[in-house]
Design a protein around this ligand. Sequence first.
Ligand code: NBP
Length: 478
Amino acid sequence: ATAQIGVTGLAVMGSNLARNFARHGHTVALHNRTYAKTEALVGEHGHEGDFVPAESAEDFVAALQKPRRIVIMVKAGDPTDAVIDEFAALLEPGDVIIDGGNAHFADTRRREKALREKGIHFVGAGISGGEEGALNGPAIMPGGSEESYKALGPLLESIAAKAEDGNPCCVHVGPDGAGHFVKMVHNGIEYADMQLIAEAYDLLRNVAGFAPARIAETFRGWNAGRLDSYLIEITAEVLAHTDAATGRPFVDVVADEAEQKGTGRWTVQTALDLGTPVSGIAEAVFARSVSGHRDLREAARELPGPRRAALPDDEAAAFAARVEEALYASKVVSYAQGWNMISAASAEYGWDIDLGAMAAIWRGGCIIRAAFLDRIRSAFAADPALPTLLADKGFAEEVGRAQDAWRSVVTTAVAHGVPTPGFSAALAYYDALRAERLPAALTQGQRDFFGAHTYRRADREGSFHTRWSGERDEERTA
Ligand code: NBP
């Protein structure tokens, strides 16, 4: 046995990860259900490093040094279960199975428990960065036991992206499903980021009246400042692109119906179960969903509303600067919500996740990589128990300074009939957190009225009910 690691499932992600391991000097055993893919990989890229192609699962396992480390990169869901079962039968206690696919964290918890009973370590590893990241350095979020990380950490860290300070974008997140959980929230935050950027574009197009090429320039400018990030950078590229067939801006020839593969939806479903408000992510998921309802949009096309008229040129540039502030403030809110969700899950499942470390490993390799994440890392370094990012002194000051512009942008959007669910929901969350009193008191009164659900009083302890249908006197119920 010569291989330090094995990869099974050699579609685009698995092939690229295998090549990444090999390029870093590891001997990599290769396996795929359809052997032709294994042969093709060795044929095309065999010169990049030491590969041990195996036709059968048995040969693959035999090629691996102990403890055996097998990365599974097959389709999420049933195929992953089938492949786990196939290999678990061939492994010994102490061996490690890594699922690098996009599994739901609840599946990872189930699989980890089943394999732990056999003495096999199961590591659900979130891998972000797409095909390019898999080959040149992804952000890696492995869950599982401490012991499994000892056997695996150095290998994963060697192929992970490196942040600007040289540290690998890979850290042991926590037990069982913790890795896939944070990967899911990463994707949810990615949805929110993309929605906020889309709203900024819509405002620059339909309120400021900028053409796509000018918006691309605006985003390039923003990318040199505090919004510096992969997503802003590629936004400028997409907006600057011209469709070869028509000569029109590319963004104008693409159907305006956004699709999704499901991790945003999982994030929102899970947030509902955990009781953590991630309104930025939810609005982003719903905005994609609204865009896809061609039937509803056709039926409502003629409804009255303001005509979209561009601002005069001298006002447009000042408006664009305010959009940058609104985008930044809304982004801080959606990250605050995402971190709040990770913190809640960590407490719920006993994962003990280092919140600052998540920001540190997302600085490189992954889709939400951004200079901004270093600020989040420092915020948690200064106060590991920070209840919300909005309470960090630096973020509080910045968002405070942006809030006039933020309110003005949302007001302008409403007046012009441009939908900004992300900007608006973020502002509503900010105002809800800072409110001295919320109308939730009235909600409690209504609940007590129709359902005797009781309420607590602000001025004394206990649970109370008002006899609404009688004398309206109050009784203490607990
Ligand atoms: P796919 O998700 O398209 O899966 C194709 C692979 O699964 C092939 O190797 C195929 O083998 C194998 N497979 C299937 Br399908 N059913 C199988 C079964 N019953 N038994 C054994 N093997 C089976 O590949 P991918 O796009 O490379 O993604 C791999 C994983 O990584 C997925 O979970 C995906 O969600 C995740 N991911 C993808 C990206 C991305 O950017 N694409 C990013 C991050 C994570 P065959 O060759 O014999 O058909």
